[in-house]
Ligand binder design. Structure first.
Ligand code: M3P
Ligand code: FE
Length: 311
């Protein structure tokens, strides 16, 4: 991990059933900033402290789930370097010309062994976080930090098949580290794999599911644990369905709350977690501690958390 190859999860495209109520959820309630609607009716959002034009795309569809996830890479040469490696791994790579995705340079697209569509891009218009870059200060104007006070898109957890093979792609081709894994105590089979391309405990994770291409959650970073409680207050105020109330993950150690958007897609806001370095050993959890691994403040194994996915 040197942050000169794959930088971060830069974009998640989510299918929603009804755009009007989804805009109320992601924009008015969560406080993401709506930045654009395209000719096909997709709505684009950014969190306040992101510099790129957008990070979330909503598309109205008949079924919820995730259309694709896209990682930003350091530069165009990184795309040139990665493409033959992705092909050598055995995946077909298609090219998407610059501008096909708004505000975006060219993209590589391929389907992960887990069944998810993934893209890589090196360029997206940078519109800034409103503070500017000369003497930016620390706080944007009143009203820019609002709703759940989301700083930025952080990670996605995806459900699918072949998660060991998927993790191998991320490690061998994209240079990610396996920060944590959850295994079956008896069979030693991988049940969840957490992958980092940064100093975060994870940038993407995969849980084993019988069917490919499923969506467990998209997660956003908050400044503090207090902000998780503040988000919980708003979730209650607006009667947003809660999956798991404020708690702390054993895995990653983030203080978390899970809730559902109006289409049933799971969202997370969280704060904290440890610093992951490239030499940090992989942390292993097994199913004898499934409750503590998932929710370390009450150690309860939650069927809904493990089995409710979209897509
Ligand atoms: C997270 C997180 C599981 C833990 C998930 C953890 C599936 O989503 O943000 O730390 O065991
Ligand atoms: Fe998460």
């Amino acid at each position: 991990m040197s942050l000169r190859s794959v930088l971060r999860l830069g974009e998640v495209a989510i299918r929603v059933l009804d755009m009007k109520v989804s805009k109320q959820h992601y924009g008015d309630r969560m406080g993401l900033h709506e930045v654009m609607t395209d000719a096909d009716g997709r709505v684009y959002y950014k969190a306040w402290d992101e510099h790129d034009h957008h990070s979330i795309v909503l598309r109205e569809a008949d079924a919820p789930g995730m259309d694709y996830l896209a990682f930003k890479v350091y530069d165009d040469q990184t795309l040139n370097d990665l493409e033959p490696k992705i092909r050598a791994f055995g995946l077909e790579v298609s090219h998407i010309e610059a501008g096909v995705y708004p505000k975006s340079g060219r993209r590589l697209q391929f389907t992960l062994p887990s069944g998810h569509v993934m893209q890589l891009y090196a360029h997206k218009d940078q519109t800034g976080n409103t503070l500017g870059t000369l003497n930016p200060g620390v706080l944007p104007d009143e009203g820019v930090i609002r709703g759940f006070r989301i700083n930025r898109l952080d990670h996605a957890l995806l459900g699918g098949v072949n998660i060991d093979e998927t993790a191998r792609l991320f490690m061998e081709v994209f240079g990610f580290d396996l920060s944590e894994k959850l295994i079956d105590a008896d069979s030693k089979q991988s049940l969840a794999l957490f992958l980092s391309c940064s100093t975060k405990p994870h940038d993407v994770a995969f849980v084993l599911q019988p069917t490919p291409g499923r969506f467990h959650h998209v997660s956003f970073l908050l400044e503090s644990t207090h902000d998780v409680i503040h988000a919980a207050d708003l979730i209650g105020k607006y009667r947003i369905p809660v999956d798991v109330g404020p708690n702390r993950h054993g895995v990653t150690r983030g203080a978390t709350i899970y809730f559902f958007d109006p289409s049933g897609n799971r969202n997370e806001v969280f704060s904290g977690g440890y610093v992951h370095y490239p030499d940090t050993p992989t942390l292993v959890w097994d199913t004898t501690e499934l409750g503590h691994a998932t929710f370390a403040q009450d150690n309860i194994v939650r069927e809904s958390f493990l089995n409710v996915l979209t897509g």
